[in-house]
Design a binder for this molecule. Structure first.
Ligand code: DGL
Length: 284
């Protein structure tokens, strides 16, 4: 399970296989839901790394090692493609990781960055993201690679993921955090803001109310469009109705199960609560 994906032989892709997806927790459900909306016949194998959440306050090297382990694990589950439903994991995976995986892997950063560039009029883009994603500056670098004249303003939002993970999607505490983290972007006069963490659309009502008149970009929409185009072009779209979805969590908890039910309308039946042995933790 901890084998590097680079050591796997390239798999034969079969269009009836599911799509692999992962995040630190429930954030990737926003990508899961978008997949079901656009490609209802596809099924999902989802991994939530709840034992290690939040990723946003961890070191990039550790997040990179976890991402590679999870990609290797999803590959063993026989998936035809993997959507990295986590911005910070997408930020730390390298071009070589994407290129050498035995199944095609799709990330969020390029998708979110290009979508924002397509709508901005003022060339002033804001990023709401975890501290780790802000540290990598992945959105800044990607946006400025295509458009060096665009100014990018990042706002780290450490309170958001714990709020979402405990099911607090609205209310005074959410509004106070949203007000705090959107203020620097409002003051910078951005006309476009990227949800730079897949947990943040859960707080969308409050975020929209604090960023009135600003285009909000959810990279989940773009990553699923890219995936759909890829599956279509490679004759990999599933023809029959969906198979059951499978959800793994490294530390299955009640709130994770509740959010899956509330947000995705799916029941998670616990089978195993520990499927990946994290070498960093196992050795400590
Ligand atoms: N949802 C993840 C992201 O998109 C990470 C959240 C976290 O665990 O800090 O970046």
């Amino acid at each position: 399970m901890t084998t590097s994906p680079l050591n796997h032989p390239r798999q034969e892709l079969d269009r009836s296989l599911p799509i692999g997806m992962f995040d630190s927790g429930v954030g990737g459900f926003t990508v899961f839901r978008q997949l079901k909306k656009i490609l209802p016949n596809e099924s999902v194998v989802y991994f939530g790394d709840t034992a290690n959440i939040p990723y946003g306050d961890k070191q990039p090297g550790l997040i990179h090692a976890w991402a590679k382990n999870i990609i290797a694990f999803l590959t063993t589950q026989r998936v035809k493609a993997i959507a990295v439903a986590c911005n910070v994991s997408s930020s730390v995976l390298t071009e070589a990781d994407f290129a050498e995986s035995p199944v095609p892997v799709f990330g969020l950063i390029y998708n979110g960055a290009t979508a924002a560039l397509n709508v901005t009029q003022s060339n002033r883009i804001g990023i709401l993201a975890t501290a780790a994603t802000v540290q990598t500056a992945s959105y800044v670098k990607t946006i400025q690679r295509f458009s060096p004249e665009t100014a990018v303003f990042q706002s780290a939002c450490p309170k958001f993921v714990p709020l979402v993970e405990r099911g607090a999607f609205s209310g005074a505490e959410v509004d106070a955090a949203v007000s705090e983290y959107t203020a620097p972007l409002r003051n910078a006069g951005v006309d476009t803001v990227i949800y730079g963490c897949t947990h943040y659309p859960f707080l969308g009502a409050s975020i929209k109310s604090h960023l009135e008149g600003v285009h909000l970009i959810d990279p989940a929409v773009e990553i699923i469009s890219e995936l759909a185009a890829y599956l279509h072009n490679h004759n990999l779209l599933r023809q029959e109705g969906p198979a059951p979805d499978v959800v793994f969590a490294s530390d299955l908890n009640g709130q994770f199960i509740n959010t899956a039910k509330l947000f995705l309308g799916i029941d998670i039946r616990p089978i195993s609560s520990q499927v990946i042995v994290n070498p960093a933790k196992a050795n400590s």
